[in-house]
Design a protein around this ligand. Sequence first.
Ligand code: HEM
Length: 491
Amino acid sequence: MDSMSTAILLLLLALIYLFLTISSKGKGQLPPGPRPLPFLGNLLQLRSQDMLTSLTKLSKKYGSVYTVYLGPRRVVVLSGYQAVKEALVDQGEEFSGRGDYPVFLNFTKGNGIAFSNGDRWKVLRRFSVQILRNFGMGKRSIEERILEESNFLLAELRKTEGEPFDPTFVLSRSVSNIICSVIFGSRFDYEDERLLNIIHLINENFQIMSSPWGELYNIFPSLLDWLPGPHRCLFQNFGRMKDLIARSVRDHQATLDPESPRDFIDCFLTKIAQEKQDPLSHFHMDTLLMTTHNLIFGGTETVGTTLRHAFLVLLKYPKVQARVQEEIDRVVGRERLPALEDRPAMPYTDAVIHEVQRFADVIPMSLPHRVIRDTAFRGFLLPKGTDIITLLNTVHYDPSQFLTPQEFNPEHFLDASQSFKKSPAFMPFSAGRRLCLGESLARMELFLYFTAILQNFSLQPLGAPEDIDLTPISSGLGNLPRPFQLRLRAR
Ligand code: HEM
């Protein structure tokens, strides 16, 4: 070996040594995991086109708590009901921070609820929960709004007249209208440009974020910022959505009466005015735009995607569909729409909806968390600021919690006397301090839409039920069902 090659080799060794020393600094006593390479981290062990499967596989080798490097970023991964519950519930405060999520963070700059930390997160979350409650969330008034909206949806569905159609668009428009009416003050007509834009932008972004490009962007954001690809569309869409909200905010400003707020935006604008003199206030135009965006984004695609999964399951298992319809007919009849007060008398339907949410596992890796102080956890010491991924899919498919986790089986939520049975491992909305802010609204929507549709229609597949594939077409931020068409037969 000549002296030049020796020098290069020595330099390389020195660099690797330096990397290993730096990356082990501030490590506390981190859980074990695969050894990372400089810059690439554990990319060789991860297939970015299917991060979920790769991370789940690693948990089989390294246990329910392990360390992995997503590129240069160090993350601790938790899997299985017990570990996730101990972190999010038993040590909820420590694990309540929000970890890096570059696809969102580069847009929100930490200004909304979902991607902020510390005081800002607490203040914005408390305020938003309060305002949403004032506008009926979790109460009878929002139920009435959902029932009104389901009537519009049923009218749209009748127009299909038994012809095959893809339900994505029609469901999203209707679901989105509920949260939009709270944010903007009134529902949109289904042909309104603004609603169509919102649906299109959110749907496209949810798809990109659930694709390999979304995953890759989260690992190497600064590199991908230089490269062409669908991820560029993400930020254009985010920008358009922000413009759309900003236009509505300007209209609100022009007609605002602080004494009688019409909606979420009015309340936020009033709060901005009240705290104008406070330089440390968290209420300003950017937090308004991003909080509003978080609520619309969170409230649109998740519920729509869950309903699409539910449709697919019902198409595949006609007996389940028939039994739900039998229960609706017996408890509610056909003269009025099902209401929330019917739910306790409908254990089978309730169990089916819970099982759809478990089985579909719509947000399989939740959103990343972060420990907000040095945290002792299961014999390890996680340094303050360590990002945490909670694999909700491993909770929903945990064999210690569900008898036949790989199968769609409503019995998971029924006891021996066929009464509804809760499961602590039911976590589609996550758990602890960061629990989905829209949980109560989403659960109302799912029950009321699901039952209204099945009361009025039977869902029929275009081919043989056994050929229906329930595995997602892609998994990332979301578990997306395969595209499909169906026919509706009026009952
Ligand atoms: C089936 C429907 C839904 C599912 C499966 C779902 C799931 C989730 C999950 C897994 C998280 C992350 C929790 C964590 O970090 O631990 C989350 C957060 C959030 N969701 Fe939902 N969600 C749904 C509906 C909604 C609705 C209807 C809204 C709006 C009203 C909403 C607004 C939010 C917000 C604002 C956050 C961030 C909370 C925070 O960081 O403090 N979600 N959701």
